[in-house]
Write a new protein. Structure first.
Length: 130
């Protein structure tokens, strides 16, 4: 059984999120997803429009997702990989190279291209205009 792991805030859930999770899940049998808590987002200088509990519920309800759980800090990734027996760590290609040094000895690291024309940042920007 091949286990896949990814992380994200998944604020303003959109088709780009869905496509990324679909492609990540196609790499194996079980997709684990860490969803950034509101507190973790604040530590990154981000503020979510949707509450953590709502974002977690949305992600957990998707047919592609085996298990969703809170992401509370950067350093938990290695522990999550080891604890869950993860085979492949997946992130969007805007993170390319960022996780390789820490995770390559524990699992494969794959970066997937983002869906063009859509992003949570773009949605937040457009919402503030109206």
């Amino acid at each position: 059984m091949k286990k896949i792991l990814t992380y994200g805030t998944f604020d303003c859930f959109h088709i780009g999120h869905l496509r990324l999770l679909e492609r990540a899940s196609a790499l194996g049998d079980q997709l684990y997803v860490g969803v950034s808590t509101d507190e973790f987002n604040v530590s990154k200088g981000k503020e979510s429009l949707c509450r953590f509990s709502d974002r977690l519920e949305i992600i957990q309800s998707l047919r592609y997702v085996y298990r969703a759980f809170p992401e509370r800090e950067w350093s938990q990734k290695i522990d999550d990989v080891i604890k869950n027996g993860i085979d492949i760590f997946v992130m969007g290609d805007d993170w390319k190279g960022y996780f390789d040094a820490d995770l390559k000895e524990h699992c494969d690291v794959v970066y997937l291209s983002r869906t063009e024309g859509i992003s949570s940042s773009r949605i937040r920007k457009e919402l503030s205009v109206t």
